[in-house]
Design a protein around this ligand. Structure first.
Ligand SMILES: Nc1ncnc2c1ncn2[C@@H]1O[C@H](COP(=O)(O)OP(=O)(O)O)[C@@H](O)[C@H]1O
Ligand code: SF4
Ligand SMILES: [Mg+2]
Length: 334
């Protein structure tokens, strides 16, 4: 089976200086992503979840190619991103587009909506006739639910949801093969979130897109993902079919993430088994030894401080915990 994207043992480190350090103090290595592997097939969606700081955006930026991998491989259509020549990189930049979390901040305030959407097309294909650019922008605006006669307005005249639609139209104008949505609904009102998720789902089918959909909330990704990757401190905790992971989570971190999603029914909420996630994500500058989830894990045992747990294959999924077990999720949590 050919994968559109294969990520193999991806490592991304940043050189950072502790606050207040002297200029001659050696910098520290921050391991934002420490050995992450996954595959994405054509036309499928991978949901990526984990708390803020777990390395999701870093993976996205490495796959787009805006930051270099420090180790491992990113294969797009079988080609290693690190070995691509200038022409291949240009193609890659066209084939992989992003939608960002803060829609207004992602749009240039001095450009009209029409200019914003058209910009990638004009950059990559400067000879495109003006009439064709205008027609493509108009079609896309209509497709994402914006009136084409708003073409000459500026981003600040639009709501958050509308700005995100502009960002989606801009990302689609080059007909990418892969769309990476980095927390595309986290900054939007709850009432608008479902509309944007549904729009992305429709567009994915229509354009035959593959998608990586990033969120810190499992309840957001489960409706749109074929597979789900649960990430913690730069590592995969559990990866596999979205249905299985949300209905019978195995890794203690996945179980805790699901247990932290509030159930709208107060009776079901009170009856629900704990644990709820306690404490905070440790700094990637000083990751815990052994299993990185150990300091917060309700099942942690002395042996968990030893070697990092291997990925264990359980049916169609992989789990990074030797003590994993199924936990049935209350249907009321859906
Ligand atoms: N450019 C950078 N320089 C230094 N550290 C960074 C940089 N970008 C991200 N980080 C650090 O990498 C870790 C992962 O960040 P990020 O990928 O943004 O996580 P997420 O998207 O899951 O919230 C965090 O500890 C963050 O502070
Ligand atoms: S390896 Fe140990 S600490 Fe890590 S998730 Fe499993 S039980 Fe918890
Ligand atoms: Mg992020």
């Amino acid at each position: 089976m050919t994968h559109l994207l294969s990520v193999r043992d991806l490592q991304v480190t940043f050189d950072v200086r502790p606050p207040g350090a002297w200029p001659w103090t050696p910098s520290l290595k921050l391991h934002a992503v420490g050995g992450l592997s996954f595959d994405l097939e054509e036309g499928k969606t991978l949901g990526m979840v984990g708390e803020s700081g777990s390395g999701k955006s870093t993976v996205a930026r490495a796959v787009v190619g805006t930051i270099p991998a420090s180790g491992g491989q990113i294969l797009f259509e079988g080609k290693d991103l690190a070995a691509m020549d200038t022409r291949e990189r240009r193609h890659h930049r066209k084939d992989v587009q992003m939608v960002f979390q803060d829609p207004l901040a992602a749009l240039n305030p001095r450009m009209t909506v029409g200019e914003i959407i058209a910009e990638p097309l004009i950059t990559h294909f400067p000879d495109t006739p003006k009439a064709e650019v205008r027609a493509r922008v108009g079609e896309l605006m209509e497709r994402v639910g914006l009136l084409p006669n708003l073409l000459n307005r500026y981003p600040h005249e639009f709501s958050g949801g509308q700005c995100q639609r502009i960002g989606i139209a801009r990302a689609l104008i080059l007909k990418p093969k892969l769309l990476i949505c980095d927390e595309p609904v986290s900054a939007l009102d709850v009432s608008v979130q479902a509309q944007v998720v549904n729009l992305l789902r429709e567009l994915q089918v229509e354009f035959g897109l593959s998608m990586i959909f990033i969120a810190h909330d499992l309840s957001v990704v489960k409706h749109i993902s074929d597979d789900i990757l649960v990430m913690y401190l730069g590592r995969v905790m559990e990866i596999g079919p979205g249905d299985e992971i949300t209905h019978v989570p195995r890794h203690p971190y996945t179980q805790a993430l699901i247990a932290s999603v509030p159930i709208p029914d107060p009776v079901a909420e009170r009856a629900r088994p704990r644990p709820v996630l306690e404490g905070e994500l440790p700094s990637p500058l000083h990751p815990p030894s052994g299993c990185v989830f150990r300091p917060r894990c309700p099942k942690a045992q002395p042996v968990c401080a030893g070697d990092r747990p291997e990925m264990e294959v359980v049916g169609a999924r992989q789990v990074a915990c030797p003590f994993h077990e199924e936990r049935q999720v209350l249907r009321a949590a859906e």
